[in-house]
Design a protein around this ligand. Structure first.
Ligand SMILES: [Fe+2]
Ligand SMILES: [Fe+2]
Length: 340
């Protein structure tokens, strides 16, 4: 159950949808049902055992102090934090909706796969619910059932779901742990107790990423030939989106005493390196890569100050061109084998 907000809380109107806001996905459930993952059965069973143990069963419980700290948070940081909670809650909830639907549709036709998705939806429901309750401490919350009903769903073939969600789970892991470690070093910037939950929380995301890693390993054809171009495409899309978002919404990082460029670079470098265990290619994060990222960012920030198409057009073209160049650059070959 993700929506247990009391009636005194106002529902917050969702933010305007753009290319950079979190999306909701749907997929081809029949194709998913046919997936044979028996090639990784031993590793999968080990991961399922971890899911069953449910290390974070009691992690997302709040004490009295937790709620009180919301009342103390005033000024601009309060709005910045609520915006951060809304974004995070929407992302977590979108994972819940997708995983839950896959688990439901596959329950009788592919029970092993369904069980994995069921455990992941359990975790995402907890994450989204915890964030939404934290929003409710500020008198605002997302109407999650309405969000589920009214959000536009993007259709992705199963293989695209695997590439995209593998990366978003792993990037989620590195985002949470990087913030947690930073606040361990600089506790004076820990302005809300939410961040103390990130250490165990991120382990859920890490396990989710490992689940998709196993699915990909069971289907080596998804990592060969032209699919290598799709892998590069998703690495590019996920990394550019994070870099732009974190700079557009830099307020939360300023409040945490984190430089968004330093933070984004650390998260992206570590995610890219980690992706080298699942993908046959990863991006070469050389000086050119970061220069292209910076050009995408400069144009994105400029677009926010312009309001007619002729002045905006060169910036759209610059973003598209730099995006394309990041995708087209020679990748780094990893040691991932694509034959079983
Ligand atoms: Fe999550
Ligand atoms: Fe997750």
């Amino acid at each position: 159950m993700v929506d247990t907000i009391d009636t005194a809380t106002r529902y917050k109107a969702p933010v305007k949808e753009t290319l950079l806001t979190p999306r909701f996905y749907t997929t081809d459930f029949d194709e998913l049902a046919k997936l044979d993952i028996s090639a990784v059965a031993t590793d999968l069973e080990a991961l399922m055992q971890e899911f069953r143990v449910d290390y974070n069963r009691h992690h997302f419980e709040r004490d009295g102090v937790y709620t009180l700290e919301a009342k103390d948070l005033m000024g601009p940081v309060r709005d910045i934090f609520v915006h951060f909670l809304e974004r995070s809650c929407t992302s977590e909830f979108s994972g819940f909706v997708l995983y839950k639907e896959i688990a439901r549709r596959l329950k009788t036709v592919n029970p092993l796969l369904a069980e994995g998705f069921h455990f992941m939806s359990r975790d995402e429901a907890r994450h989204a619910g915890f964030l939404n309750k934290t929003m409710a401490d500020f008198g605002l919350a997302l109407n999650l059932p309405a969000l589920k009903k009214n959000k536009k769903y993007t259709f992705f073939k199963p293989k695209f779901i695997f590439y995209a969600t593998y990366l978003s789970e792993k990037i989620g892991y590195f985002r949470y742990i990087t913030i947690f470690r930073h606040l361990e070093q600089h506790p004076e910037h820990r302005f809300h107790p939410l961040f103390t939950y990130f250490e165990n929380w991120c382990q859920d995301e890490n396990r989710h990423g490992d689940f998709f890693d196993l699915i990909l390993r069971s289907q080596p054809r998804l990592l060969r030939g032209l699919n290598r171009l799709w892998v590069k495409f998703f690495l590019t899309a996920v990394f550019v989106t994070m870099y732009l978002n974190d700079h557009k919404d830099r307020g939360i990082y300023d409040a945490l005493g984190l430089d968004p460029t330093v933070y984004a670079k650390e998260v992206l470098v570590r995610t890219n390196r980690e992706a080298g265990k699942a993908f046959p290619v990863i991006l070469d994060m050389d000086d050119q890569f970061w220069a292209r990222m910076e050009r995408c960012l400069a144009s994105t920030l400029k677009l926010g100050t312009l309001n007619n198409l002729p002045t905006k057009l060169p910036h759209y073209l610059s973003i598209a061109w730099n995006y394309f160049q990041i995708w087209a650059a020679k990748p780094i070959e990893t040691s991932v084998r694509t034959v079983l």
